[in-house]
Design a protein around this ligand. Structure first.
Ligand SMILES: NC(=O)c1ccc[n+]([C@@H]2O[C@H](COP(=O)([O-])OP(=O)(O)OC[C@H]3O[C@@H](n4cnc5c(N)ncnc54)[C@H](O)[C@@H]3O)[C@@H](O)[C@H]2O)c1
Length: 401
């Protein structure tokens, strides 16, 4: 069975690496540099080992390509392209549209089309299916289904095999073929009654996290004003064995999911006349945390950051990955610079970011920790400046939220 996976990023490459054990996988990506790297068995994604790519390339069950014609003849085509927000922070389906064009223009046989990109309910039925039909001159009838991706890059305990997967097709045949495909490498598949339920569940999972992170970020500010430790208070609340789930405060949320997906749900709600005030406000609270952090640092440093050398430690959006998408570090640096601070950053995993290179972990007036990777020693952070503000709660002896 030939499976083409459109987009070889976090989601697409992860699926490719699992699927290639059982199927002939073509990884299509329009980024030639990535394609070349992958065909030389060089993975750019945490959690996908280069050695596994090497294995599949050698046995011929995987290859990457930027030639869209190579998806022809596929039994299954999976869409795993970005679904960001546009300049007005509205859902941007242009990458999905491009993927539909690739499928419509190149796939000359009937196939099962599965969408793994996160989007609002109705995307597979009202957007992807009509778009592929529009782009297909031959008017080929495909099957369509959705199985939203839940991968958490860099995570060791949960992976494709042991993370339950939701799925639903537009037809019973699409549903059963989707089950047959994933059940080879996923132990638990959960069928839901419609693609819209699966699409909405994915958005709600991430909205749940976004809202709870915003709540704890707001609580961090309240706790500070009350003169109590937010961490001790959260640990105390967490001794309740039911009805409480602990989230921890931070400088804000990053990555492709939490800052973005809830807006897809809010947009879907608002397009139907339902105000999504809670989701919108949660987003604002998380975005405002960067300013709160800089306010706190400024207040602790005689009320001015003018001319101070400030080192930001950890610019990836979460520990132990090199992903800087929507990282809170960006807004923190923006606020620091607007107050006259001279900024640099340290993150050896990221290496180069926005045209700047990672600086040494030393000799700053102020250090602010946004993300703490395991390979960065707390003692080295504490020694890097006379004043250290830690937003992660992991550096004992530093100032913090
Ligand atoms: N990263 C995650 O943790 C995660 C988890 C669950 C769901 N998702 C969702 O999965 C989708 C993909 O996210 P990702 O993190 O893999 O993105 P990514 O940016 O890591 O990868 C996307 C890849 O698609 C390629 N691409 C873009 N347009 C293309 C096109 N028209 N044709 C071929 N290739 C194209 C890009 O070059 C890139 O390599 C998004 O909808 C995202 O919300 C991501």
């Amino acid at each position: 069975m030939k499976v083409s996976i459109i987009g070889q990023g976090y989601v697409g490459l992860t699926i490719s690496a699992f699927a290639a054990e059982f199927y002939q996988v073509v990884g299509f990506d329009n980024n030639r540099r990535i394609v070349n790297q992958l065909n030389h068995a060089k993975s750019h994604i945490e959690g996908v080992e280069s050695s596994i790519l090497q294995k599949w390339l050698k046995q011929g069950s995987y290859r990457a390509t930027d030639n869209s014609q190579e998806i022809d003849g596929s039994d299954i085509v999976i869409i795993a392209v970005p679904t960001p927000l546009d300049a007005d922070r509205q859902p941007d389906l242009s990458y999905i549209d491009q993927a539909c064009k690739t499928i419509g223009a190149n796939l000359k046989n009937s196939a099962l089309i599965i969408n793994e990109s996160t989007s609002f309910p109705g995307t597979i039925r009202n957007y992807i299916k009509p778009a592929i039909e529009r782009y297909s001159e031959r008017k080929i009838e495909h099957q369509y289904s959705i199985s939203p991706e839940r991968v958490d890059p860099g995570r060791g305990d949960f992976n494709q095999r042991n993370t339950p997967r939701l799925y639903a097709g537009l037809t019973p045949e699409a549903t059963s073929r989707t089950y047959a495909f994933y059940s080879k490498f996923c132990d638990k598949l959960v069928e839901v009654s419609s693609p819209e339920v699966a699409e909405a569940a994915k958005l709600f999972e991430n909205t749940f996290r976004q809202v709870n992170i915003a709540l704890v970020n707001e609580f961090a500010q309240i706790a500070h004003a009350l003169g109590i430790s937010v961490y001790e208070t959260l640990d105390a609340a967490n001794t309740k064995p039911y009805g409480f789930m602990k989230f921890t405060p931070s400088a804000g949320v990053g990555g492709h999911c939490i800052p973005v997906d809830p807006t897809y749900l809010a947009a879907a709600a608002e397009s139907r006349g339902v105000p999504a005030t809670f989701i919108r406000r949660a987003n604002e609270v998380n975005l405002e945390m960067s300013k709160y952090v800089v306010d706190r640092v400024e207040a602790d440093n005689a009320g001015t950051l003018e001319g101070k050398n400030v080192l930001v430690v950890g610019v990836a959006y979460k520990p132990n990955v090199a992903d800087v998408r929507e990282t809170a570090a960006e807004l923190v640096i923006h606020h620091l610079r607007s107050r006259g601070a001279v900024t640099s950053w340290h993150d050896e995993l990221v290496g180069t970011w926005r045209g700047e290179k990672s600086s040494e972990l030393r000799t700053a007036d102020i250090t602010i920790v946004i993300t703490k990777h395991d390979n960065v020693e707390p003692a080295a952070i504490l020694a890097s400046a006379p004043y250290v503000f830690d937003t992660t709660g992991k550096i004992v002896g530093a100032h913090g939220l």
